[in-house]
Design a protein around this ligand. Sequence first.
Ligand code: PGA
Length: 249
Amino acid sequence: MAKPLVVGNWKSYVNSLKEAKQLLHALEKSMPREARAGAVLCPPFPLLDTLARNYRGTCFSFGAQDAFYESGAHTGEVSMALVKDAKAKYVILGHAERRARGDTDMIVAKKTGAALDARLTPIVCVGELARDKEGHYLAELEQSVLASLEYVGPQSFKKIVIAYEPVWAIGAPLPPSARVIRETVIFIRKALAQRFDRADVLKARILYGGAVNGDSVAGLISESCADGFLLGRASVDAEAFAGIIRAYT
Ligand code: PGA
């Protein structure tokens, strides 16, 4: 099994370099010496370069929260090449908050392809908007998983990370049960097996994200089958983030 990954998406919660450094300082103090899980921090763009360069070689890796699939006349966008140049290793793509602003599966697919070309590790987010008793959401999820990976070939599939993030759980008070997450992670693997090699699919990292915090994490680690977590709110709380990493030791 791949090494679990705990990814902190700082969203727009951190609003100055000073604040970011304070958070990193607090995180460094609370992190365990040895951890079974890798820790990835995804700050807003203007902080990424400074943090990724200054904190290289520490227990953290860095990632961007999004990036665009092309360079050129795209005002306000940031290219994969620039993210790579900032010494980031990861890029979150297709987060629900980006999809709500217009990122379709097709756009996510292009971004995923461009991230791989730039030698970044894409963290591709997928998740249903809501659940219905008839289970129609499963078809929606399957379609979204496969369409978002449209340009991923058999070799590059080994390099991607998938994050299952049900939109209804993001920002919610509590995450769904470990059983709900486990069943969906298994469903996603089945969907992936339609396109990719079964052995690679079994090894693929599938994270869970949505309302994960220090209180809920122990049960999710042991029972959800997720290979790590994508955190929003808990990622800007040093004690909560470090506690989640510690839960893996
Ligand atoms: P949350 O956000 O942990 O604050 O629910 C999760 C996410 O948006 O990835």
